[in-house]
Write a protein that binds this ligand. Structure first.
Ligand SMILES: [Zn+2]
Length: 271
């Protein structure tokens, strides 16, 4: 039994379905042609891992393990493997969110994805740092980079390559801790960070050492200026000697945890 107009409605619905089926098939055919003729989607030739492997032995600022792992399930007993982690937000290769050194800055989950995929500018100060473990990247180092590679690109990450990444297997060498407990490793000069904030459009600052401020710093001037300005920082970056000084794109795969002041990040440079 069908009310007046019902059969017509059913007929229309059936033919519409037929039309959609046809449209979907046509769409598939069109996209197959496009796929055959389109340029390759991958616009880079290599992905360089700028991340250190994290483990309880990785040198940390506080001298305690940055990660503890407890095996809760084992495949032989439970049918699958699973650890519980207890981690320090700021250990290993990680990001400092603006909230880390400010009262109202962005927390990790609020950092827009758009600012986490950026041009990478690598400033090589390894020769100077080899002579002076407390070396501070200067405004002159930035000027020298620009003289060779033109102006720092907008929304870039400026990364200090001090050569410290190769020391990471030896906590004493990496932290440079002396007999009075003072650290010795390179960082960024507060004046250089100020200049970047005022004169250039920079999204983030990265270092291949434990801290944006150098080892002996007690006032953390760069942290207190840079992070409250809404910019992020990266610490313990690896393999900066394996990427070009200019031209790579940095992808910051930051853990997205609510209210986090930073967190572990998988850093990949597209070259
Ligand atoms: Zn940090």
């Amino acid at each position: 039994m069908c009310v007046p107009g019902c059969q017509e409605a059913v007929r229309n619905a059936l033919s519409r379905r037929g039309f959609f089926k046809g449209a979907v098939a046509a769409g598939f055919a069109a996209s197959a042609v496009e796929a055959a003729t389109a340029a390759p989607a991958r616009q880079f030739t290599a992905a360089v891992d700028l991340t250190h492997t994290m483990s309880p032995d990785f040198p940390t600022f506080f001298g305690v393990p940055g990660i503890e792992m407890e095996k809760k399930f084992d495949i032989k007993k439970d049918g699958f493997n699973l650890y519980w982690w207890r981690i320090v937000e700021h250990a290993g290769t990680h990001l400092d969110a603006p909230i880390h050194f400010s009262e109202a800055g962005a927390t990790a989950e609020k950092i827009p994805a758009d600012t986490l995929v950026v041009p990478l500018a690598v400033i090589d100060v390894a020769a100077k740092a080899a002579q002076n473990p407390d070396y501070l990247l200067t405004r002159e180092d930035l000027a020298a980079w620009e003289a060779r590679h033109q102006r720092l690109p907008d929304n870039c990450c400026v990364a200090m390559h001090s050569g410290w990444a190769t020391r990471v297997g030896d906590a004493g060498k990496y932290t440079g801790k002396d007999s009075s407990g003072v650290f010795h490793f390179p960082g960024v000069a507060p004046e250089a960070a100020d200049w970047l904030m005022k004169e250039r459009q920079v999204a983030g600052l990265a270092v291949d050492t434990l801290s944006l401020d150098n080892g002996p710093s007690k006032d953390f001037k760069v942290h207190y200026a840079w992070l409250p300005s809404g910019r992020w920082g990266l610490e313990n970056v690896a393999n900066l000697d394996k990427v070009p000084a200019a031209g790579a794109t940095l992808v910051v795969g930051l853990a997205k945890v609510k209210d986090a002041t930073g967190g572990p990040a998988r850093l990949i440079a597209l070259v």
